[in-house]
Design a protein around this ligand. Structure first.
Ligand SMILES: NC(=O)c1ccc[n+]([C@@H]2O[C@H](COP(=O)([O-])OP(=O)(O)OC[C@H]3O[C@@H](n4cnc5c(N)ncnc54)[C@H](OP(=O)(O)O)[C@@H]3O)[C@@H](O)[C@H]2O)c1
Length: 324
């Protein structure tokens, strides 16, 4: 039996229960991992509260972790016991051990620690596709990143800056503004106190942004559209404040023939080749020091409920991890 955090009924952070579970031997194409660190992500809250349906009940929470391979199932040829790996994958990450499909696991380079890996696999591969594929950020691109001091936020600000963009970030406090600035953000806006559309107009001298990355959802829509120049890209990649309600597509024409997309990592990394290429790119920017992974909150596994309260209460910055 190993320690795990399970959800028996959906609800608030209190439904995360710390208990012992049995993890069977790996089946066809699976590996068993001894978890060294598990990443905490907003998607874990969506599954916990039922906004994303879990495939079965009860379920072990968590969608990413990093650890050591302790057993391999039949048919696994490219991983062996003792390999250091990380993955973004099916539910089950908040546990001292777990099974993962081997084709979702990626070997970690020696210069990436387990804690860094747990703080970045999901968020970092997300940023990789957001800035390279959903919209190609490059020299001179003007980017607006909401929640710039968050987990995805700090990684995206650094990466977009590294690619030559001017990065504008919205943040919930002065402390978060200072942190975002120390991590690649050129301009910050305190969007709880200031009108962020007016501030974007002022900062860009009326040019507005080429792309808005919006993981907030309900509270920043449709104002985010007013931050875009004609033919700009609205990238709605999350809904920390709740989902955007249905809207008339003519709004995109009225706001300047805008493009809008609602991407998710599962699709961008669905093919093993894409997962490997995205991970390699992430390891390269982190390995070179161009992008740092601030793991600013570390909790014991038994405190998973507190970690969700902190994340949903806007009390965290950068990445958060659980340690068994
Ligand atoms: N589509 C994908 O592939 C993908 C992958 C990973 C993550 N995501 C999305 O990316 C977003 C960020 O994820 P994360 O794990 O890195 O979280 P995070 O940004 O570390 O935390 C969320 C932040 O959102 C801001 N926020 C604004 N309104 C909020 C509200 N009503 N409730 C809670 N937070 C609010 C807070 O920052 P301030 O205090 O600065 O406002 C908070 O710290 C989420 O929407 C997540 O679903 C999407």
């Amino acid at each position: 039996m190993v320690a795990a955090v399970r959800v028996h009924k959906t609800g608030g952070p209190e439904v995360l229960t710390f208990e012992d579970v049995a993890i069977p031997a790996p089946g066809q194409g699976q590996i068993k991992i001894k978890t060294h660190a598990a990443g905490i992500n907003f998607i874990d809250c969506y599954f916990r509260n039922g906004s994303y349906p879990a495939p079965h009940m009860p379920f072990i929470a968590g969608n990413e972790s990093a650890g050591e391979v302790i057993a391999v199932g039949p048919g696994v040829t490219d991983l062996k016991v003792g390999d250091r790996v990380a993955y973004v994958g099916p539910l089950g990450g908040y546990a001292a051990e777990r099974l993962v499909p081997a084709d979702r696991a990626v070997k970690l380079p020696d210069n990436i620690s387990y804690e860094q890996a747990a703080g970045m696999m999901l968020k970092g591969t997300t940023v990789q596709y957001l800035v390279n594929r959903t919209f190609k950020v490059g020299k001179g691109t003007i980017v607006l990143m909401h929640a710039a001091a968050g987990g995805v936020g700090l990684i995206l600000c650094q990466w977009a800056n590294h690619l030559g963009a001017t990065v504008i970030g919205t943040v919930g406090s002065k402390e978060k503004a200072a942190l975002a600035k120390a991590n690649g953000c050129h301009h910050t806006i305190l969007y709880r106190d200031e009108d962020f559309v007016a501030k974007v107009k002022e900062i860009t001298s009326g040019k507005l942004c080429d792309v808005v990355y919006d993981g907030i959802g309900k509270d920043t829509f449709p104002a985010s559209l007013d931050c875009l120049r004609p033919l700009g890209y609205f990238v709605s990649f999350g809904s920390a404040s709740g989902q955007i309600a249905a809207f008339n597509i003519n709004l995109l024409q009225a706001k300047g023939s805008l493009f809008a997309t609602r991407p998710t990592l599962n699709h961008y990394a669905a093919k093993r080749d894409d997962l490997m290429a995205m991970s390699a790119d992430l390891f390269k920017v982190v390995g070179s020091g161009a992008v740092k992974i601030p793991v600013n909150q570390k909790y014991p596994l038994k405190d998973a409920a507190k970690s969700h309260k902190d994340l949903e209460g806007r009390g965290t910055t950068g990445s958060s991890i659980l340690v068994p």
